[in-house]
Design a protein around this ligand. Structure first.
Ligand code: LRH
Ligand code: MN
Ligand code: MN
Length: 428
């Protein structure tokens, strides 16, 4: 991890300016009747899980550009995750993806994570690629496949992933399926959905006590004509058919352009089926860009729904916050540090919304003032709030700069000299 002295020096150099910025913000908030300490306390509760598959340089189907010092194993990915947690104090868990993450010694991995102060979030299964030595191919589907033998193999893999998750203390299984068809006629549209439901029911029935199943939808890719779990409606039907412990996972990149994602979030909260998020951002499709980099207002509006539900105390509301990104051109650690900051800013802004006023304007039909209430929160510079929460918890005032000052990547480039094998969607 990063030398404590480097981190202290980083914070010391910025402390005076930070204090002035924070005092100014505190004064501004006080004028609107908002107590700084209350917001800071709520902001400090925000945690988001890091995906193991985003720790090394990602790629597209056209190529991948490895960077020196990227992690090669789940052990090394945890080391990098620990640095992100050290600087942000907001990422205490990692979400593994199997079999991309290869583990021979579970006790050693558990001990390694514990020594680094990390735990594990939802485990992800992968039936969208064939694995060496497996008897059946997923080319034409997995849990939806017409051949029961393929479905059995895919179910067995999911059960295996749950067993591995138990080794790590995880309590959720995320299922995303590439199942679908590229051409009309290729797949029976109704039957394929029924088969997914039956297969998921077998996995659901075998979930250990206290586990949740998170069902992730996506409109297209790699199935370009029809995807079996293509939208939140399909995911919701499955979650409702399976039972209370099955919920929907919203990956922000898994919507067609202009979809109102905050409305979907509100609908899912309304029926107790918002299971969690894969945070990222997109301009066109499943772009897996840094959360908040393209549509920061949308991210804020999503958090606005989350804060609204939390304030109201909606029963059973406890979405799992996770990141799902691919870092093709940024250093993955820096991109993730930036992502966590963006997420915290969106959350902080949502915490500043004057909900009483908003509700009044909604009830009285004052459209302009209702919108203005949201924008007032969105336009507040919450940088000092987010920095202060990090500082109080022992993190960095400016995580990206602290990371650069530490020379961590250069040191890893010396230590991790053999290249990593790429494991992420999109390329061989
Ligand atoms: C599919 C997806 C899903 C996978 C991950 C690698 O596009 O979002 O979450 O598990 O990418
Ligand atoms: Mn995802
Ligand atoms: Mn995706």
């Amino acid at each position: 991890m990063i030398d404590a002295e480097i981190l202290e020096r980083h914070n010391r150099q910025r402390e005076a300016a930070h204090r002035r910025d924070l005092e100014y913000l505190a004064e501004r908030l006080a004028r609107s009747g908002i107590a700084l300490e209350v917001v800071l306390d709520e902001l400090a509760t925000f945690e988001v899980a890091l995906p193991t598959w985003a720790m090394a340089a990602g790629g597209t189907r056209f190529g991948r550009f490895p960077i020196p010092g990227e992690p090669r194993t789940i052990f090394e990915k945890l080391e990098d995750a620990a640095v992100i947690h050290q600087l942000t104090r907001a990422t205490p868990r990692v979400s593994p993806h199997f079999p991309w993450d290869v583990v021979d010694d579970w006790a050693a991995l558990r001990a390694h994570a514990e020594a680094l102060g990390l735990g594990f979030d939802a485990v992800n299964s992968n039936t969208f690629q064939d694995q060496p030595g497996q008897p059946h191919s997923y080319k034409l589907g997995s849990l939806s496949h017409a051949d029961p033998a393929v479905r059995r193999q895919a179910i067995a893999h999911n059960l295996q992933v749950v067993a591995w998750g138990q080794e790590l203390g995880s309590t959720a299984l995320t299922v995303w399926l590439a199942d679908g068809s590229n051409y009309p006629g290729q797949m029976h549209l109704r039957r394929s959905f029924e088969r997914v439901q039956e297969s998921l029911a077998e996995i659901y029935a075998a979930l250990p006590e206290g586990w949740r199943m998170l069902i992730e939808y996506k409109p297209y890719e790699p199935a370009f004509y029809a995807t079996v779990i293509q939208d939140w409606g399909s995911a919701l039907l499955l979650a409702q058919a399976l039972g209370e412990r099955a919920q929907c996972l919203v990956d922000l990149g898994h919507h067609l352009p202009n979809t109102n994602i905050e409305l979907i979030v509100a609908r899912l909260i309304g029926v107790g089926k918002l299971g969690g998020f894969h945070f990222n951002d997109a301009k066109y499709g499943d772009d897996d860009l840094t959360a908040g980099s393209i549509k920061p207002y949308q991210l804020f509006l999503v958090f606005n729904e989350l804060v609204d539900a939390a304030r109201e105390g909606v029963p059973g509301f406890r979405p799992a916050y996770m990141i799902d990104q691919s870092h093709n051109v940024k250093d993955p650690i820096e991109a993730l540090l930036q992502t966590v900051d963006h997420l915290q800013r969106a959350y902080a802004r949502a915490l500043l919304v004057d909900r009483e006023a908003l509700s009044h304007y909604q009830e009285t039909g004052d459209v302009l003032m209702a919108e203005r209430t949201l924008r007032a929160a969105f336009e507040t510079d919450v940088g000092p709030l987010v920095a202060e929460v990090r500082r109080r918890r022992g993190g960095a005032l400016d995580p990206v700069l602290a990371f650069r000052e530490s020379g961590y990547r250069q040191q890893k480039a010396r230590e991790r000299s053999t290249p990593a094998t790429a494991q992420a969607p999109g390329y061989a």
